[in-house]
Design a protein around this ligand. Structure first.
Ligand SMILES: [Zn+2]
Length: 222
């Protein structure tokens, strides 16, 4: 069931797909199997080879393609959908459909990044550290426009400014969450550390302005 799009948008998408162009269509969606995902983005292209190559860069597997005879496409949902829309420069889809539920009144956030194999990385002036495989949680704050900040963190290619920018390209974002002001950034970090029984393996990461050991948490199991 598709809604939130008009006939013309659908026709334009179909036309592009048939021409062998890569085309994106986001609409609301109700699916009993995925109650948490209220929208889907269809990334289509009738040139299967081109679609496969495009999907590969985002870790999408060929067998996930919905092989409709005229309109083969990937159905993108959840965090992967948001990540791809940002990276394809399609923020307008996110704006239109308010994806995902993100509270704009909040000013603290946590980003979960999964690293699949051990990496040795230079984190700006902080130094070089080993990052074993597992899930990392980065805690930060944005006094204004938390949506834009998270959008920036999701992008893989950008000027390197924050410690997290050096880590971001080496994993996949699996989740993000935002928090109200009841707890400050450092207290929230300690709370999450306890909640996830996480470790702090990179001293000073994201915590140059406070007394915390780190604003990056590490959970080995994943
Ligand atoms: Zn702190």
């Amino acid at each position: 069931m598709a809604f939130g799009i008009n006939r013309k948008e659908l026709a334009t998408w179909k036309e592009k797909v048939q021409k062998g162009e890569l085309a994106f269509l986001t609409h609301y969606w109700i699916h009993p199997k995925f109650p948490e995902n209220k929208t889907v983005t269809k990334a289509g292209c009738s040139d299967i080879g081109k679609l496969v190559r495009w999907g590969k860069q985002y870790g999408l597997k060929e067998e996930w393609i919905d092989r409709r005879p005229e309109y083969p496409h990937f159905d993108l949902i959840g965090i992967k959908q948001v990540e791809i829309l940002f990276q394809e420069g399609l923020e307008s889809h996110i704006e239109k459909f308010r994806l995902p539920s993100l509270n704009e009144q909040h000013s603290f956030y946590a980003i979960h990044l999964k690293i699949f194999e051990k990496k040795l990385l230079q984190i700006g002036k902080l130094g070089t550290y080993e990052f074993p495989e597992g899930t990392y949680i980065y805690i930060g704050s944005a006094k204004r426009n938390i949506r834009a900040r998270i959008a920036r963190h999701i992008k893989k290619v950008k000027p390197l400014r924050w410690h997290f920018d050096y880590l971001r390209p080496h994993g996949e974002i699996t989740k993000f969450e935002t928090f109200d002001n009841k707890l400050d950034e450092c207290t929230r970090c300690k709370q999450l550390k306890e909640m996830y029984q996480a470790k702090e393996i990179v001293k000073g990461f994201g915590s140059s302005d406070c007394r915390c050991q780190s604003h990056l948490l590490y959970i080995p199991r994943w």
